[in-house]
Write a protein of this length. Structure first.
Lengths: 190, 296
């Protein structure tokens, strides 16, 4: 089903269309939430809030071509609001980085799965060692695949700044990964 | 001349015939590079020495030339490296970068780290989720739909609720509530003009004068309330009957969760527990006698 038709049906109140849209976008929304909060359960609750916002504001997205940037914008705003609230009332316990991802892939061999998990933990830790703006640019560009122009609009920054920031963010991320893994680790996982 | 030179000379014929194995050849080449006498000897008997010298010296020569001319090219290589994933390099730039990476171990390591980082970041973009996630989202949004259809008043209530949650989340909120409560109590009982200023003193005096007063008052209240107890009991019975299927669903799902847990399937157990949570919500709605949504 075309995205434009799907959105139109969702706006008209078709529950099945909404369910399909949720299934198509839930991983992406959850991924964004994970980038901000790093705790799976918290990200899960946050994702639900994001979907409620999306549902309430579906009328605001008229153009299907602009759906992805719109989705990312809503998700990002919800995550920032959530972090503000959390800053006002911090969680009862610190969240260790190692708990950040507990993803399952039962089809993979245990060694490969462990290696994949270790790699993900390293990259996630490296991602969170970046400055906030660099992390957001990695999130928007390399994770969500938004165009630079869209990122500039979203972050309210000049296009040139976003371009240079993007290069710097990637370099910073690569160096952080290199520091965490060491050259041998990078070579082994490359 | 020492024992290494003697050993080296013993390998010379085999070297010229190309018959040395790996370790002997490594020793032969390294000694030839280090020992002037043996190198001269090799130059006399073969034409291979220039090639050996060039092979060993070329990288160092290039490094020293770069150091005294343009300086290291790693900065430029890094700039191209981070542009490469977007396909933003010309063919020449890609070639130059590749040549640099082949000779610069730090940049080569950095390139590998960048590949790992970007590949993994794309994987992190869409993590795998269990089936209960969609169910939870649909449940949350269906509640929103019910309120959305309810009109402006419920939406206003939602906004007020959200505003209140925001207020309550602030760290100073308990202090503010305590302050406000103190002000209210002082205004009610503590100022000369307050209407209830004598109430605490009167209550205390009444209790002191006749301790049985409280017991009598409680008895009167119980008598009044007793008339309504029958109606309350009937209401409770109706509610219990109304929620019986919900309770059964809830218990069944909890039992299923327990079974899944015993079978070593925590994912399924979690999913069933979530469903049980939904049953509880439904039980609460039925207990309160809320009308179900026509579309649910």
């Amino acid at each position: 089903m075309e995205l434009a038709n799907l959105l139109e049906s969702c706006r008209a109140g078709d529950e099945l269309a909404w369910e399909m849209l949720v299934r198509q976008t839930q991983s992406r929304v959850f991924g964004i939430a994970m980038t901000y909060v790093r705790d799976r359960d918290e990200a899960r609750d946050l994702s639900q809030d994001i979907f409620v916002r999306i549902y309430r504001n579906l009328d605001g997205c008229k153009d299907a071509d602009r759906f992805l940037p719109w989705l990312v914008r809503i998700s990002r705003n919800a995550c920032i609001d959530h972090l503000r609230r959390r800053k006002a009332r911090p969680p009862a316990r610190d969240i260790p980085a190692e708990e950040a991802l507990r993803l399952v892939a039962p089809d993979e061999a245990p060694d490969e799965e462990m290696e994949r998990q270790a790699r993900r933990r390293v990259v996630e830790t490296a991602l969170h060692s970046l400055s906030e703006i660099n992390r957001e640019i990695i999130l928007l560009k390399d994770m969500q695949g938004l165009a630079l122009e869209e990122i500039a609009r979203l972050l309210n920054l000049p296009l040139g700044t976003v371009k240079s920031r993007s290069s710097r963010a990637r370099l910073e991320l690569a160096k952080a990964v290199q520091d965490l893994m060491g050259p041998a680790g990078a070579e082994a996982t490359a | 001349m020492n024992t290494r030179c003697t050993a080296w000379e013993a390998l010379l014929d085999a070297y010229l015939d190309g018959a040395l194995d790996g370790s002997d050849e490594a020793f032969f080449r390294s000694h030839a590079a280090d020992c002037d006498r043996c190198r001269d000897l090799l130059r006399l008997v073969s034409a291979d020495l220039p090639a050996l010298a060039v092979e060993d010296e070329a990288p160092r020569l290039a490094d020293s030339v770069i150091a005294v001319t343009s300086g290291p090219a790693c900065g430029r290589a890094e700039a191209l490296l981070v542009t490469r994933p977007d396909g933003g390099l010309s063919a020449d730039e890609a070639l130059l970068l590749q040549a640099h990476l082949e000779h610069c171990p730090p940049c080569s390591d950095l390139a590998r780290a960048l590949d790992v980082a970007l590949t993994t970041v794309r994987e992190l973009a869409e993590p795998e989720l269990d089936l209960a996630f969609t169910y939870d989202v649909l449940r949350a949004t269906s509640a929103t739909r019910a309120r959305k259809r309810g009109g402006a008043l419920p939406r206003l209530a939602d906004r007020l609720g959200a505003w209140w949650q925001g207020q309550a989340a602030r760290p100073q909120f308990p202090w503010e509530v305590a302050f406000a409560a103190t002000v209210v109590l002082v205004l009610l009982f503590g100022t000369p003009l307050s209407p209830a200023r004598r109430a605490p003193a009167r209550a205390l005096a009444a209790v002191q004068a006749s301790p049985s007063w409280m017991i009598d008052t409680a008895g009167e209240l119980t008598g009044v309330a007793g008339a309504g107890i029958g109606a309350v009991q009937q209401d409770v019975t109706e509610r219990r009957n109304r929620t019986a299927p919900d309770r059964a669903d809830f218990l069944r799902h909890v039992r299923e969760a327990g079974t899944a847990l015993l079978n070593g399937d925590p994912g399924a157990a979690a999913a069933r527990l979530r469903v049980a949570g939904g049953d509880l919500m439904q039980l609460w709605r039925d207990w309160r006698g809320e009308e179900p949504d026509a579309d649910d």
